[in-house]
Write a protein that binds this ligand. Structure first.
Ligand code: CTP
Length: 403
C-alpha cells in the first residue's frame, strides 16, 4: 500500500500517455497522492481536465506559472514528493534528463528534485534502438535513475520491438519497490536467469531446458525486499517479473556484456543456465541439407560469466552461483564454489527424475564457507524468498546496516 506517499507524476507526450490515466487511478486506489505534471506534448494526447480530475489535484504545466510559483515554487514541488515518476518518458525527455536541460517545467523539476526518479520509457522501436537513446539510457542508469520497461511488442506506429511503455500494473510494482523500506532498500542486486541460445545459423540454435522460473522468483523476492534489481535474462519461457530492470539477451557473450554494463551491484545472483559452448563456425545464412553430407559443427568455449565477474575489479561484495548437477551434487558444488570464486553456491539435483528443471519446485543445498545447509523441497518462490532473506541478512551484517 502507498498510503501517505506522494508521487510527482510527469506525463510526457506519447500515445502511451493514456495509460498514465490508469496509473493515476491505481496510485490513488492504493492511497497515494498524485501531483500531476503534463508536458506540452503530453497535452496533445490526454486532456488536462482528465488528468486533474483523476488526480484530484491541480495540474502543473508551466514553468512560469505565477499562481503556482506564488503558492509553491517548482523547487518545492519537486521535493514535496516521495518519488518522481515519468510515464510515458519520451526519447526527448530522456535526452533532456541525460543532458541536464531545464527549459520547461518537467525538465526543471527533474533537475531540481532530491528524490529518486523512476522512468517508464515509451517510443518507437527505432528511436529506442538509436545510439543516442542508448547512450542517454546508460547515462541515466549511471545517475541512478530507476527504469521500468519498455516492453516489446506491436506498437501504435505499426512496428514491432522494444519501446512500448510498461503496463500500469508493472509501473505500480516498480513504484512499490522504489518506495519500499524493506531490508534491501537502496541496494542494487544483479540476477542472471534463463537459458542462453547459441546460434548455429540464423534459424537454428543450441539451447537448454531452463525455464527461468527460479531466477524470476529470486528477482521478484529481492524486489519485494526493496532491492533495485537488474535482471539479465536469456530467452526464458516465464515472463520477467514486474518492477525490475530487464536486460534481454540471447547468447552467453551478450549475457556477459549485459552483466558488465549493469555493475556495480551490492550482490550478484547467477542463476542462468549458460551454454558452456557456442558454435564457432555458425553460418550467416541458413545451412542447407546436402546430399550424403552432415554439417560439421565446431565448438568454442563460452566465457564463464560467474568466474569472470568473481575475478573482476567490480566483483559485487556478495556473489551467489548455482550448480545444476545430476550426480555427486555436494562434491561438485563445493568444488565449483572454489573454482569460480563465488561466496555461496545454491546446488540442486536436476536429474530428469527430480522434475526440478522446468518444474515448479526446487530442493537446494546452500554451500558456503561455513559448510552445507540442506533446504527442504519447496516451491521455487519459497526457495527464492528464503534466499533473498539470507542475502538481505548477509548484506546487513556486512555493513552493520541491519540495526
Ligand atoms: N555459469 C556462468 N557462465 C557459464 C557457465 C556457468 O556464469 N558459461 C554460472 C551459472 O550461472 C551458475 C554456475 O556458473 O551460477 C554453475 O553453472 P553450471 O552449469 O552448474 O556449471 P558449469 O560451469 O557449466 O560446470 P559443469 O558444466 O562442469 O557442471
Amino acid at each position: 500500500m502507498l498510503a501517505d506517499r506522494r508521487i510527482l507524476l510527469i506525463i510526457g507526450g506519447g500515445i502511451a500517455a493514456y495509460k498514465a490515466l490508469e496509473l493515476i487511478r491505481l496510485l490513488r486506489r492504493q492511497g497515494a497522492a498524485v501531483t500531476p505534471v503534463l508536458t506540452r506534448a503530453g497535452a496533445e494526447f490526454v486532456t488536462p481536465l482528465s488528468v486533474a480530475a483523476l488526480a484530484g489535484e491541480p495540474l502543473h504545466r508551466d514553468l512560469f506559472d505565477l499562481t503556482t510559483e506564488a503558492e509553491m515554487g517548482h523547487i518545492q514541488l519537486s521535493r514535496a514528493a516521495d518519488l518522481v515518476v515519468v510515464a510515458p518518458c519520451t526519447a526527448d525527455l530522456m535526452a533532456k534528463m541525460a543532458g541536464g536541460h531545464a527549459d520547461d517545467l518537467a525538465s526543471t523539476l527533474l533537475m531540481a528534485t532530491d528524490k529518486r526518479v523512476l522512468i517508464a520509457p515509451a517510443m518507437n522501436v527505432r528511436m529506442w534502438d538509436h545510439p543516442a537513446t542508448q547512450r542517454n539510457l546508460a547515462t541515466l542508469r549511471a545517475d541512478g535513475v530507476l527504469m521500468t520497461g519498455p516492453d516489446s511488442g506491436d506498437m501504435a506506429c505499426g512496428e514491432h520491438g522494444p519501446g512500448r511503455m510498461a503496463e500500469p500494473r508493472a509501473i505500480m510494482a516498480a513504484i512499490g519497490a522504489a518506495l519500499s523500506d524493506g531490508p534491501l532498500a537502496g541496494r542494487h542486486v544483479l540476477v542472471t536467469s534463463g537459458p542462453t541460445h547459441e546460434p548455429i545459423d540464423p534459424v537454428r540454435y543450441i539451447a537448454n531446458r531452463s525455464s527461468g522460473a527460479q531466477g524470476t522468483a529470486i528477482a521478484a523476492a529481492l524486489r519485494d525486499l526493496g532491492a533495485r534489481v537488474s535482471f539479465v535474462t536469456g530467452p526464458a519461457s516465464v515472463a520477467p517479473p514486474d518492477g525490475v530492470t530487464v536486460f534481454a539477451v540471447e547468447s552467453a557473450r551478450q549475457m556477459l556484456e549485459a552483466v558488465q554494463a549493469a555493475l556495480p551491484a551490492d550482490a550478484g545472483v547467477f542463476c542462468a543456465a549458460v551454454a558452456d559452448w557456442r558454435v564457432a563456425n555458425a553460418a550467416g545464412q541458413k545451412m542447407k541439407k546436402q546430399a550424403g553430407g552432415l554439417p560439421a559443427l565446431e565448438f568454442a568455449e563460452n566465457p564463464d560469466i560467474l568466474a569472470t565477474i568473481c575475478a573482476a575489479p567490480q566483483r559485487p561484495p556478495l556473489v551467489v552461483g548455482f550448480a545444476a548437477e545430476t550426480h555427486d551434487v555436494i562434491a561438485h558444488a563445493t568444488a565449483k564454489r572454489a573454482r569460480k570464486g563465488c561466496d555461496w553456491i545454491v546446488a540442486n539435483d536436476v536429474s530428469p527424475g527430480t522434475g526440478i528443471m522446468g518444474g515448479t519446485e526446487n530442493a537446494v543445498h546452500l554451500v558456503t564457507a561455513q559448510g552445507v545447509e540442506d533446504w527442504p523441497r519447496l516451491p521455487k518462490d519459497q526457495v527464492a524468498r528464503q534466499l533473498a532473506a539470507r542475502i538481505a541478512a548477509e548484506l546487513g551484517a556486512e555493513t552493520g546496516a541491519a540495526s
